[in-house]
Write a protein that binds this ligand. Structure first.
Ligand code: ZN
Length: 179
């Protein structure tokens, strides 16, 4: 097992490599790595640095879904828990988007405690990225639709980390202010 600092450092490097060239949705087409850094940092702050595997999984949470990374590779390079946290946050991309979204709402309450925290951090980051200073009507619809869905997913995840729950509520409040 890697030391905590190496675990997180290796995770950040692999994530940067695998998501290289990808842009995130929303505000200014930021590099995808900005989203991963934000999620990992939210998790580190929420747990006050007590859970290195959780922070590593935050860096890696989209690698199985969006890149050719496999669960087995993550288990081999990091740990079984890191691999399983990422797998828990991976949608079945063979399903249509509406079904994937519905499944996230239904599955959320049954996730492990760590996966629930990753999902909340992910929704905080994605909500923030969709808040534009001067949104088009399309961006506004996308944001309204996103926060409506994200609130339902987070409802099944919240209750174990008050700070993260509050961050999500703040993000929704900020989003509603521009709608
Ligand atoms: Zn994500």
């Amino acid at each position: 097992m890697l030391s905590p600092i190496r675990l997180i450092s290796e995770a950040a490097e692999l994530a940067a490599r695998r998501h290289n060239g990808m842009a995130r949705k929303g505000r200014g087409n930021e590099p995808y790595i900005n989203h991963l850094a934000e999620v990992a940092n939210l998790l580190a702050t929420a747990t006050d640095g007590a859970d290195a595997e959780l922070v590593a999984a935050g860096w890696l949470h989209d690698t199985i879904e969006d890149t050719d990374t496999t669960r087995e590779e993550l288990a081999r390079r990091f740990s079984e828990r890191v691999a399983s946290l990422v797998a828990e946050c991976t949608d079945d991309m063979s399903l249509p988007k509406a079904m994937r979204r519905q499944k996230q709402i239904e599955d959320a309450p049954h996730k492990s405690p760590g996966a629930k925290l990753i999902k909340i951090a992910d929704k905080i980051s994605n909500t923030g990225a969709r808040i534009q200073t001067d949104p088009t009507s399309e961006e506004r619809d996308d944001l309204a639709d996103y926060i409506d869905w994200a609130t339902q997913v987070v409802a099944g995840c919240r209750g174990s980390n008050a700070w993260l729950d509050e961050k999500f509520d703040d993000a929704v409040k900020a989003a509603k202010a521009v709608l």
